[in-house]
Design a protein around this ligand. Structure first.
Ligand code: SF4
Length: 130
């Protein structure tokens, strides 16, 4: 028999769930509503997370832009996904929601900016003088 314990994070109640599997039959106990039942099964069968990180910005008013995956990815691929983003850079300006990288690890997931970053003022002025 397989058994995991997990806290439901879908609302502030934080129900403590016990998920068990025996002979292919999954059972969730401890949930306060149907959302917790689905969450418990997902966490046991296919845990996934949104990857949140930062990407260096060239010529930006800030040195990095925070980014995240457009949807959750399998938890066991988080490290591989982080490594795949190593070395990636983006040039300012960056727009909120801008796609920074497409189809990460062939998962049909994009990396998107979660804030805007303006170009450095001195770069904008230098470009204006060209
Ligand atoms: S099971 Fe329902 S009530 Fe309990 S923490 Fe999850 S969402 Fe909230």
């Amino acid at each position: 028999m397989r058994r995991i314990e997990v806290t439901c994070i879908l609302c502030p109640v934080g129900c403590r769930l016990t998920v068990t599997e025996e002979d292919g039959e999954w059972k969730v106990e401890g949930y306060g509503c149907r959302r917790g039942l689905a969450y418990g099964l997902e966490e046991a069968q296919n845990p996934s997370r949104v990857l949140i990180t930062v990407i260096p910005v060239d010529d930006g008013e800030l040195p990095v832009v925070p980014v995240k995956t457009s949807k959750p990815i399998p938890k066991n691929l988080l490290l591989k996904a982080s490594k795949a983003l190593a070395g990636l850079r983006v040039k300012a300006p960056v727009r909120l929601g801008q796609v920074i990288a497409r189809n990460l690890l062939d998962l049909d997931v994009n990396i998107v900016a979660t804030r805007s970053i303006k170009a450095r003022r001195d770069r904008v002025e230098a470009d204006g003088q060209k």
